[in-house]
Design a binder for this molecule. Structure first.
Ligand code: ATP
Ligand code: MG
Length: 246
């Protein structure tokens, strides 16, 4: 079985005025099926840049990003759009829901864009809605939902196409601590219970502790990768992380 995600020797540079910034330098990492990996690092270390490359939202200057055996850098625009829609589930800090659609319609959206809405789909969407604990809220629009509920809808939208990987950039960044905990538990369950492959960017040790492994980036370089010991041991993780970035 192909690894759901391989990042192979990736470098990314940006022009900033008259100078070039190397946002990522020779990063390599592989993620196994069903793995939940947290990517940590200080502000500006390159976390979002890496996630954008994994999502095919930006292209690497050097190296390759391979998802389920497909080198996404080799796809043309049209194929990349289709590939992203089917194989990559994205979750952002700011939820990015469509305000005029209900929770259920937001979750269905990727299937609608792919002309896949039929009877079996509504069962699938229903199952997702139930597993997210959104049953009683499905017909509400985003502005009638709490932040935690909105993020659950966004996670549902990321799940609905059964993508190879779910990529989340600071998914708890806009949530209070209770909602943050419940979203972390949900992501952990999706990996442990349902075998979903999840890569989550965060700078919070208490959030990263829900993942199975942590990869630490400093100044665009991967400086450490280690297993976590669960949410109860987030203090230990915080100390280890500090050692990596100091
Ligand atoms: N579109 C861009 N144009 C120019 N420079 C960029 C661009 N995107 C990112 N950078 C630079 O690349 C580096 C990494 O940025 P990135 O957004 O990946 O950091 P981050 O780790 O996600 O930070 P944060 O925790 O603040 O979200 C920074 O120096 C940033 O200024
Ligand atoms: Mg970022």
């Amino acid at each position: 079985m192909a690894s759901p995600l391989v990042v192979d020797n990736v470098t990314k540079r940006f022009r900033q005025g008259d100078r070039t910034v190397e946002a990522l330098s020779n990063i390599s990492l592989e993620v196994q099926p069903g793995q939940f990996l947290a990517i940590m690092g200080h502000s500006g270390s390159g976390k979002s840049t890496l996630l954008h490359l994994m999502a095919g939202l930006a292209t690497a200057d050097e190296g390759h990003v391979v998802i389920n055996g497909t080198d996404i850098g080799k796809l043309n625009d049209r194929d990349l759009t289709l590939f992203r829609r089917r194989q990559i589930g994205l979750v952002f800090q700011s939820f990015n829901l469509i305000p005029t659609l209900s929770a259920q319609e937001n979750i269905e959206l990727p299937l609608m864009l792919d002309n896949q809405v039929n009877g079996s789909v509504s069962t699938k969407v229903n199952d997702i809605v139930q597993s997210l604990g959104l049953g009683h809220r499905v017909h509400h629009r985003p502005d009638a939902l709490s932040g935690g509920e909105q993020q659950r809808v966004a996670i549902g939208r990321a799940l609905v196409t059964d993508p190879a990987v779910i990529l989340a950039d600071e998914p708890t960044g806009n949530l209070d601590s209770l909602s943050s905990k419940s979203v972390c538990n949900l992501l952990r369950d999706l990996s442990v219970r349902d075998g979903k492959t999840i890569i989550m960017v965060t700078h919070e040790p208490s959030v990263a502790a829900y993942a199975q492994e942590v990869a630490v980036i400093r100044d665009g370089k991967l400086v450490a990768r280690f297993a976590t010991e669960g949410p109860e041991e987030s203090q230990k993780l915080a100390m280890r992380y500090q050692e990596c970035v100091k």
